[in-house]
Design a protein around this ligand. Structure first.
Ligand SMILES: [Fe+2]
Length: 191
């Protein structure tokens, strides 16, 4: 299963308020997500092309240094993403984080050098994605709700359609404990 395209890069930084506007100017891009700890810009119809996460000043570890957080590849659909999951699982590679961000369903893997790489599927068209990124629901739950790939794979094998597997459980997403999820994902990805 091949990705459809290379989607975005995420950079970590101690100066998010300087980095984001610099890149927005550099790429002639628009701001799509602008929170104190996470910002994202895009120069075309992709929901984000470059994103920035704020590094905590007080917790300097080897992995919390400015630079690349991850690159992300878009898959054509959830079936393709799950086939990719299955192939990598059979080769002995499991995601370190598997989560439904609302905007995307994303799997993050650790590469052999210790870097992170994301593969994901979009839930929305680009216009609807821009709208969803502005909602209170997204602001409160952007870290996403964790998903069980084995369960999704079993449902797919049982005949579940793309639409059925991508149906958004807004209630469950709204119940996400953002702080706890961000902490847990950060531990998985950066320690
Ligand atoms: Fe990403």
């Amino acid at each position: 299963m091949k990705p459809r395209t290379l989607s975005h890069v995420v950079l970590s930084t101690y100066q998010i308020d300087v980095m984001m506007p610099w890149y927005a100017t550099f790429l002639d891009a628009r701001v799509v997500i602008d929170s104190p700890v996470f910002k994202a810009i895009s120069f075309d119809d992709e929901h984000h092309r470059v994103a920035f996460t704020k590094l905590p000043e007080d917790k300097k570890t080897d992995r919390s240094r400015p630079g690349l957080v991850h690159v992300a590849f878009t898959y054509p659909g959830i079936h393709a993403l799950l086939r990719h999951y299955e192939r990598m699982r059979d080769l002995g590679h499991k995601p370190i984080v598997a989560t439904d961000h609302g905007l995307t369903v994303s799997l993050y893997y650790r590469d052999p050098d210790g870097g992170n790489v994301e593969c994901f599927v979009d839930r929305f068209t680009s216009e609807a994605a821009d709208e969803f990124a502005q909602t209170e629901l997204f602001r409160k739950s952007a870290a996403g709700m964790d998903i069980d790939c084995e369960d999704l794979l079993a449902r797919m094998e049982g005949g579940a359609s793309e639409e059925a597997l991508m149906a958004l459980d807004e209630e469950k997403l709204a119940a996400v404990d953002l702080q706890e999820t961000v902490k847990r994902h950060s531990r998985a990805m950066f320690q």
